[in-house]
Design a protein around this ligand. Sequence first.
Ligand SMILES: [Fe+2]
Length: 381
Amino acid sequence: MASDKPQQLSMNLPVIDLDVYLHQPRDSPQVREECAKAANALITYGALILHDSRVSGEDNDKFLDLLEDYFAQPDEQLRKDERPELSYQIGVTLENTEKPKCAVDESCLDVIQRLHPSQRPLDISGHQPDPKCRFFWRMAEAPPYETQFPGLNAPNVIPEDPSIKERWAPIMDKWGTCMKNAVSKLSEMTAVGLGLPAEYFSDAGRYGPHLLAPTASDLQKYGNKDTILAGFHTDLNFLTIHGRSRYPGLNIWARNTGDRIAVKIPPGNYLLVQAGKQLEYSTGGLIKAGYHEVVVNEMTIEMMEKRKREDRPLIRISSTLFWHLNSDFDLAPVPELAERARQVRAQQAKIGRDEGEEAQYPPIKVGHQVEGELKHIALMA
Ligand SMILES: [Fe+2]
């Protein structure tokens, strides 16, 4: 049936319209309804599709082209942009460095066990490091106070090759700013939908070490079906936002159904957002960090065939930004939300959905929480 409204569900994920929040009065029923929808989507699925008219698909394309060119450079060239002394939190990380922490994490293995066998991720029990490269480009605003975590707030690395260098900062900043603005506004919608002041999270994340964090997978080398490009895991930051990747392969898991969902972001001004650990922490587990993996599937291979004909490097770039809370922020559950989390857990138990052992969220500085997670994934000694 024809409809003049955009479809409300994409891949069974709710579509949240940021335009409503940006253009309607804050206290209007439309805004309240859209914010409630955003919060509920994160509670139920840990993910949502975000529509934002300010976002342009063309900026994403320029970004993907630039990163394909960058990662097509020889390894010796890429190594110049590595910063192991900063735990790889800036510049490039080459393949086979980061390990999927789930492979040794009891609670995570328990999550996999509780999934229906048909919905489980590809097997990560070998604990091989991920064959993916990454670039971290900081999108942070310098805090007006002295931070306890200067290492997590280091200056950006600019690649040396002249043809890449001149395009680098403008393209990275433009696309990064687009995604950062979108996700920061979504944090406001989420706060409103959870009954908190609109700026509750956006203020707590204003000076966060946000990272534009494209990953690159060399499909020439790792293009066989069922290759794990990034093993099953959750993100350690607050919210992760993705633009469209050229190659399918990202799977996410919806918390309340346990179903694996193959991500297909609609073309145009759409983005995918997934909850990370800092949001889980802040809500006492009312919203849970969403699990995901990146694998080579049949659709990835179809796209490889197409890109080969276009004579472009066969590199899968993810268009990803990690939005963080400030490193010095004291992370702790909001008591009302922790109470709601207990209620949701009880309701889930009543309908026979076992959510496993109850997670604990003792107060901690965001910077310490991040350091703890980085040790887990072998990026920090
Ligand atoms: Fe991730």
